[in-house]
Design a protein around this ligand. Sequence first.
Ligand SMILES: Cc1cc2nc3c(=O)[nH]c(=O)nc-3n(C[C@H](O)[C@H](O)[C@H](O)COP(=O)(O)O)c2cc1C
Length: 157
Amino acid sequence: MRVIPVYYYSSASGLVRSFAQRLERPVHDLAQREVRLSEADGPWVLLTPSYKTGNDANDTVPEAVRRFLRSAANRRRLVGVIGSGNRNFGRYYQDAARLVARASGRPVLFEFELAGTPWDVEECRRLLADLDAALDASRADRPLDEGPAGTGRPEER
Ligand SMILES: Cc1cc2nc3c(=O)[nH]c(=O)nc-3n(C[C@H](O)[C@H](O)[C@H](O)COP(=O)(O)O)c2cc1C
């Protein structure tokens, strides 16, 4: 069975990296140039913090995440989004994960604060394992490029 990889961005404080490394599955760091310029070879999940920049647009999606999502193939193969945030940011809590989910029509799979609790890690491992199994069941004889299972959405976006 294919294990869905998680592509994550984490800043120097590394809270998301620490969470990603506890997921017990392939994880790819979008802070590395060759990773953010690559294409996922099948369904993948995004794990992103939110960073309110304070500029006029109040962008919260990390630039590395934007760069990876510039690829139509990556956008097509995205299955869902996991967010890390901090409730102190009020209405911007999890803004980046929610924004990417809204723009892509994919679900927010899970949200946690900062580096997450052991329960968060456990819960996330479980839901990703469920996703592996669900995609495996629906993949039989589907060509790779049709996009995430069940979305019925093969078009470029
Ligand atoms: C400058 C700054 C801006 C942030 N903006 C937000 C925000 O808008 N919404 C939110 O939920 N969390 C926000 N956070 C919290 C981070 O998303 C959270 O701490 C995350 O775990 C950081 O992950 P990292 O250490 O892997 O980069 C912000 C943190 C910093 C330092």
